[in-house]
Design a protein around this ligand. Sequence first.
Ligand SMILES: C[S@@+](CC[C@H](N)C(=O)[O-])C[C@H]1O[C@@H](n2cnc3c(N)ncnc32)[C@H](O)[C@@H]1O
Length: 180
Amino acid sequence: MGNKTYTIYVLRLGHRIERDRRITTHVGLVSRAFGANGIYIAGEKDENVKKSLEKVVMTWGGSFHVEIGVSARKIIEEWRAKGGEIIHLTMYGLPLPNVIEKIRKSKKDKLIVVGAEKVPAWIFELADWNVSITNQPHSEVAALAVFLHELWKGKEFKFEFKNAKIRIVPSAKGKKVLKT
Ligand SMILES: C[S@@+](CC[C@H](N)C(=O)[O-])C[C@H]1O[C@@H](n2cnc3c(N)ncnc32)[C@H](O)[C@@H]1O
């Protein structure tokens, strides 16, 4: 894959099995497709989310680590202790265009934090960057996709996923799929 400069993980806060299963899965799918190395999911331990993401990895290739039921504080503290930086996506933060160049240039590993419900104040304090993708409320899935797209400057369109069992052959019409 195209990411060789730094390791990128996503930390999804406050997962609730009943309410968030679909959207947390989508956060995981976007993380993988847009070049993150893995996802930590804090909150309720949901084996089904882990299974569906791992199934996608088996079929569509690449390596993508999924860890569920983690403590957000522990993950953030460990990430910081290893010299990584913490980037919290929030509509209250600094506009992405004002900060993305600095974030891109920093060689530190990146932990990208996205919320579910109300995000606790300590996350805002511990984050190195609080970044907004517009100052309007929308979705963690959209925020993550836009952030990673800007981080890569669009290179994610060229990422290759090793050992894929299925590859799409892009076509103007219809569906062309290669199975290996
Ligand atoms: C549905 S929102 C809930 C936010 C919650 N009401 C709060 O006060 O933090 C879930 C997550 O989407 C992300 N998000 C939503 N809008 C955003 C924006 N404009 N910029 C960056 N991230 C955003 C944030 O990570 C947020 O925690």
